[in-house]
Ligand binder design. Structure first.
Ligand code: ATP
Length: 316
């Protein structure tokens, strides 16, 4: 029996702009995605049976085939039936460190890790682009999670252009563990409120994408200019999530007042983050927020931006 252990990092959105909607029901997006060092730990082990079994220590993570890690294994079985016949099924264990339903792509990164784990276990020799196109069949964030780092993502988030790595900054993440925001609700509400200004022609979409490519944000990232990056953080979904969830709005205000380079909600929330120049500054902000909001449901993390996608840490 062979086993691989992998780390699957979470992501934050440094930039999220909604451009229009699409015939497939998704939205046309322009984003800057960034990996962070906070990650789930996965173990993928050949079990010598014909089955896929999932173990996870987190009560909110489903263990059936609604789990994206199981769907990733099922996709690999369909795509590579000969390898499955030769090597058999797998036991997947997820040690969850990424908060669930937090806008941090926790499920997507687990799916990406299973794709890579099975590629290795079944000796398929797939390339990163091949793993990414398999990932696009599982979810919009999965292709990014395979390679990680810093990237511009367009389409529904699956088309990637890696840009200069940004791993010199730290981040404080804050989330109420009794609060979750439905991603479909956030996009549908945005469409109801702002759909009139959507652009759906190809030229308009391409021009928005190239504006980001050649604009100040990408420039600031290539210079590693933390203060400028902090000023340019942007997320269109804040316009619908913050008014509906006053706790998230309040959390954002408290984080912002505590200092740092810039504060924003990640994805469809409810996680809010502050970028910081150093670990010391991040710890200081974390302590201020902890002192100011006395709520047992508030969770805080300090971690670093990272240039890593899925990493293999051990095999036996
Ligand atoms: P994204 O940022 O990609 O929109 P998210 O970080 O907001 O995702 P997830 O942590 O992926 O959200 O969880 C969303 C839902 O997906 C959960 O409520 C859970 O029921 C389901 N889910 C399926 N697979 C997983 C997994 N491996 N880890 C966590 N949640 C999972």
């Amino acid at each position: 029996m062979r086993t691989y252990q992998l780390i699957a990092p979470a992501k934050i959105n440094l930039y999220l702009e909604i451009i229009g909607d699409r015939p497939d029901g998704y939205h046309e997006l322009v984003m800057i995605l960034q990996s962070i060092a906070l990650g789930d730990h996965l173990e993928i082990r050949s079990n010598g049976t014909q089955g896929v079994n999932l173990h996870c220590n987190h009560p909110l993570v489903p263990l059936d085939n609604t789990n994206i890690a199981v769907r990733a294994a099922e996709l690999m079985i369909v795509e590579f039936p000969e390898a499955f016949a030769k090597y058999g099924g797998v036991d997947i264990t997820i040690d969850k460190h990424i908060p669930v339903a937090a806008g941090l792509a926790g499920g997507s990164t687990d799916g990406a890790a299973v794709l890579l784990g099975l590629d290795l276990l079944w000796k398929l020799g797939l390339t990163v682009p091949q793993l990414q196109s398999l990932g696009a069949k599982l979810g919009s964030d999965v292709p990014f999670c395979v390679g990680g780092g810093t990237a511009i993502a367009t389409g529904r988030g699956e088309k990637l252009d890696p840009i200069h790595d940004l791993d010199n900054l730290w981040v404080v993440l804050a989330k109420y563990n009794n609060l979750s925001v439905s991603t479909p609700w956030a996009y549908q509400t945005y469409k109801k409120q702002f759909g009139d200004s959507y652009i759906n022609d190809k030229t308009g979409i391409t021009s928005r994408t190239s504006q980001l490519h050649s604009g100040p944000f990408v420039q600031a990232i290539s210079e590693g200019n933390g203060s400028r990056i902090g000023q340019l953080l942007h997320n269109d979904l804040e316009k619908v999530v913050l008014p509906k969830y006053p706790q998230v709005e309040q959390l954002k205000q408290v984080l912002k007042a505590a200092g740092g380079l810039g504060t924003m909600m990640s994805g469809s929330g409810p996680t809010v983050f502050t970028l910081c120049q150093s670990q010391t500054e991040a710890e200081r902000i974390k302590n201020i927020v902890k002192d100011e909001i006395k709520d047992g449901n508030l969770e805080l993390w300090v971690t670093k931006l990272s240039s890593n996608g899925i990493q293999v840490i051990n095999n036996e």
